[in-house]
Design a protein around this ligand. Sequence first.
Ligand code: NAD
Ligand code: TYD
Length: 340
Amino acid sequence: MKKIVVTGGAGFIGSNFVRMLLRKRSAAKVIVLDKLTYAGNLDNLAGLNKDKRFKFVKGDICNAKLLADILPGADIIYNFAAETHVDRSILEAGSFVKTDVVGTYTLLQKTLEYKVPRFLQVSTDEVYGSILKGSFRETDPIKPNSPYSASKAGADMLVRAFYKTYGLPALITRSSNNYGPFQHPEKFIPLFTTNAIEGMPLPLYGDGKNVRDWIYVEDNCRAIDLVGRKGKIGEVYNIGAGDEKTNVYIARKIMELTGADPSLLTLVSDRPGHDRRYSVATRKIKALGWSNKTAFDEGLKKTVRWYRQNENWWRPVRDGSFRKYYRKMYTGRLKEGRKL
Ligand code: NAD
Ligand code: TYD
């Protein structure tokens, strides 16, 4: 039986990935290592502990001693664990450097020590920075602009260095923005969906015309799985659906789908260093046999339906510390905001 270690498996993409693995690979044992930060949530893995092939360990990827218990005998490690929200990285960058850079370094060091034969680093298209025309290829230089993307870029550089210097059998995926079930309501699509359901204002940064290439989370999970099995060691693979949308387009779609009052849409002061557009060339992942399955409008419909049907999942997440964060992030901005 294959032993698969998934760090950050109680987060958004990680939990979708773990569910997919257990569904598709009958001969796999999946161990999730997750610190359960504010973004980690055992509800994301609800029901899986009935499966004998699944094990959850609460812990930090910076904890080398704990890694010594978990990594020996692993066939592959998928590193999803990270601090992930750009806005939070602007408020406080230290935890991003700690987990995304030092945590990845600790994992790499232990992967080497225990001779784990495959290590997949889950990275992001944000490491390339903004691009106004065309798309970034895997060979393009990385130019991150936020403390989040800089920390992820630091991790990518370490992965590369461990491959080049020690021959560590590593791969990197760089995907575009994901959306779908179980995404924390701090992120754009779930924030706007849950605010719309609540009848709260939808705070659009800047002019609302920033562009992201949105990929439905299950399509990204299939691509990561494919790279994990068939990808060439030492290589980077971009992953994107080619579904570029402006934020204002998505906000309007969400209002349509939820039946929210259009006057909720509010232009607020921009995010500092806000990347205008992300876009990646995906020839390489397609050559490996992947193609995107979910068109954006269809995926958004499914996602909004999921949030409507799973209020018991997101209501507790929007409580407590999230309210404090929300006030800090949005109250002043919304007061000075203007209707579109
Ligand atoms: P998320 O914030 O939903 O989940 C992150 C998970 O990591 C949480 O469960 C958290 O508890 C865990 N974690 C944080 N610090 C940890 C630590 N020190 N040790 C162990 N666990 C820790 O994030 P996500 O959106 O699921 O993203 C997963 C990965 O995919 C990240 O590496 C992110 O950079 C990358 N990524 C995300 C997107 C996106 O659009 N969400 C796009 C491209 C790449
Ligand atoms: P986000 O989900 O934070 O992802 P990222 O910044 O990593 O791409 O944001 C997606 C886009 O939505 C980005 O252009 C910023 C914008 N946005 C808003 O306009 N308002 C918001 O409240 C948030 C959270 C994001």
